[in-house]
Design a protein around this ligand. Structure first.
Ligand code: AMP
Length: 393
């Protein structure tokens, strides 16, 4: 038994999965939420399903609840065969270009990168600290969402602002969803039966968060998210691209920094345009004749096409366009809207394949499409387990 415990933590929640890294098989998963609130909650799925409310004052208590949930189903943590813990870390800055064994110094650097990712790194640091003290006998590995994009050339990650201001504040494009773009582009190559280092791919990760990535022979060369996960595509409640001049206009109009943060991260995107942030609800409203919902879907698809065109130019053409995550994997209608009218580029969808109820990695392009069009389910936890296992042997 060589199993990896994969941890995806936030400031008030911890998701965990117990995974066999070579096959990706899951043995258990769970979510501890409302950490730090008067009453927390755990939902555990292993040999049994088990949900209950309990006090979870901090991340240590959250891991103790997880350990108790395993023990409660007759699987004491020592008997689970855990050989390492893999932690998802959102922001690795330009210091971390690959999965990294966590020691005290690495943990401190994850914390200090919180200045660039205040919503993510501080909670992840706390989870790392709690997990290291509860499971001191196994290696802990940090797998970074930004690492895959560290191969971007300078011209793609540099913002054209005053160089010294940018350097002083670490302002550059880092990119996110890297774990997803990496596993999806590799699985896309597997599906095509070709080495990833022969392919130019455009990966469209369309979930609640959304980003596009130009992957040139297995390496990220451009991506739509930037310094933070706010730039780029239209998302559930995030704006994506907006003229920075609009922010100045709002600031001068009385908005403060926190107001702007709440507006752009929490009250924009599909939610801002329609009042609902879930793509299915927006589609249902549009189908029922709601004008705002119809426009929101058009804006959403238009932005994706904008990046698709840009990345065709960045890559000098593409061998495959790959749809992934909640919307990308499930909405045939959105995929059709994105690909409509792109025949001149050699992009031709097959309506029947696109509409099929099949799940799993699949080809949806027409036989005469020069560019392959694929749906490839993402699996970030399996990828974290795989990278953790590779590092610790
Ligand atoms: P994710 O963040 O990858 O879990 O994706 C969440 C998004 O996927 C939400 O906006 C959902 O509405 C959307 N989604 C999930 N299932 C479907 C579906 N069958 N059709 C359209 N959108 C879906």
């Amino acid at each position: 038994m060589n199993r990896i415990l994969v941890i995806n933590a936030g400031s008030s929640s911890i998701k965990y999965q117990l995974i066999e890294p070579e096959t990706g098989e899951r043995f258990a998963s769970g979510l501890v939420e409302r950490i730090g609130e008067p009453e927390g909650r755990i939902a555990h799925r292993g040999a049994h399903q088990n949900e209950r409310s309990l006090p979870v004052p901090d991340h240590t208590a959250a891991f103790e609840a997880m350990v108790a949930a395993f023990a409660g189903e007759g699987a004491p943590i020592d008997a689970l065969g855990i050989v390492a813990v893999g932690h998802r870390v959102v922001q690795g800055g330009d210091a971390f270009v690959e999965p990294t064994l966590i020691d005290d110094e690495v943990a401190e650097r994850i914390l200090s990168l919180g200045a660039l990712a205040p919503l993510h790194n501080p909670g992840q640091y706390q989870a790392v600290a709690a997990a290291r003290s509860l499971f001191p006998d196994v290696p802990h590995v940090a797998v970074f969402d930004t690492a895959f994009h560290q191969t971007m050339p300078e011209r793609a990650y540099t913002y054209a602002i005053d160089r010294s201001a940018a350097a002083e504040h670490g302002v550059r494009r880092y990119g996110f969803h890297g774990i997803s773009h990496q596993v999806v582009s590799r699985r896309a190559a597997d599906l095509l039966g070709r080495p990833v280092d022969e392919l130019r791919q455009i990966v469209l990760h369309l979930g609640n968060g959304a980003s596009a990535c130009a992957v040139d022979r297995g390496r990220s060369v451009d991506t739509s998210m930037g310094l933070t996960p706010l730039e780029g595509l239209v998302m559930g409640s995030r704006s994506g691209d907006i003229d920075p001049g609009a922010l100045l206009h709002l600031l001068r109009g009385g908005y403060g920094a926190d107001d702007l943060d709440r507006l752009l991260n929490g009250r924009s995107g599909l939610l801002g345009l329609t009042g609902v942030g879930d793509f299915r609800d927006v589609r249902a409203a549009a189908d029922a004749g709601d004008e705002a919902a119809r426009l929101a879907i058009e804006v959403y698809a238009h932005r994706i096409r904008h990046y698709l065109g840009a990345y065709l130019a960045v890559l000098g053409g593409a061998d495959a366009i790959v749809f992934t995550a909640g919307v990308g994997e499930n909405s045939a209608a959105l995929r059709a809207e994105v690909c409509a009218g792109l025949e001149w580029f050699g992009i031709r969808l097959d309506a029947e394949r696109n509409g099929s109820a099949e799940r799993g990695a699949r080809r949806i392009g027409a036989d005469d499409s020069r560019v392959e069009i694929l749906v490839v389910p993402t699996d970030e936890e399996a990828e974290i387990a795989r990278q953790t296992h590779r590092l610790v042997g």
